[in-house]
Design a protein around this ligand. Structure first.
Ligand SMILES: Cc1cc2nc3c(=O)[nH]c(=O)nc-3n(C[C@H](O)[C@H](O)[C@H](O)COP(=O)(O)O)c2cc1C
Length: 173
């Protein structure tokens, strides 16, 4: 699949088939995340992979009852490790670079998943404390998203995008 085609045709998927995702595909998706750029190549992110149905149910509760999270065969929880980039770059590393690192990695994973016929959705609206307790996440790790993933059972219409004139500034703001 051509890169722009993958980028423009990827959609947030919120309805999944029950079919499990093959381990080899999951590995390829995670490796795509690993190849993302990161500040100082510190790769200050980690990933929790949840397949257990009860845990998925609880994750869906933590995300204010978004049922598609429980219905997806797996949920990825990308996290930042605050000690890694923070340890080298201080406040900017902990508060900015680590979030940029993980976002680059997640976008790579979303695109790879799409290119292999899978679907996923970045869910940012969740109770962080509930997820931390449920997944026994230590203090220096922060979960940044819940990403249900599986074979799509819908083909959403592309939501509109802004015109370039709205966001592009030449030479100065
Ligand atoms: C930071 C971030 C947070 C998001 N949070 C949610 C969310 O809580 N629930 C949800 O259903 N979708 C969420 N989304 C998905 C967006 O709604 C979606 O990307 C946007 O509407 C564009 O649609 P598309 O991904 O199909 O192009 C989030 C996406 C991002 C990048």
């Amino acid at each position: 699949m051509e890169v722009f085609e993958a980028i423009s045709q990827r959609r947030s998927i919120r309805r999944f088939k029950t079919e499990d995702v093959d381990e080899s595909l999951i590995e390829k998706i995670i490796k795509s995340g690993v190849w993302a750029p990161s500040a100082g190549n510190l790769q200050s992110w980690e990933l929790i992979l949840v397949k257990n149905a009860q845990t998925r149910e609880k994750l869906s509760e933590a995300a204010y009852l978004r049922e598609f999270i429980a219905k997806a065969p797996m949920v990825m929880i990308p996290c930042v490790n605050l000690r890694v980039s923070g340890g080298v770059y201080g406040k900017r590393g902990a508060e900015l670079y680590s979030l940029q690192d993980v976002s680059c990695a997640v976008e790579n994973m979303l695109l790879m998943a799409h290119a292999m016929g899978l679907g996923a959705c970045w869910v940012g609206a969740f109770n962080e404390q509930q997820v931390i307790e449920l997944l026994e996440i230590p203090d220096h790790i922060r979960p940044v998203a819940l990403i249900p993933m599986g074979y799509p059972d819908e083909k959403p219409y592309p939501p509109p995008r802004r015109d370039l004139e709205d966001l592009l500034h030449f030479e100065r703001y």
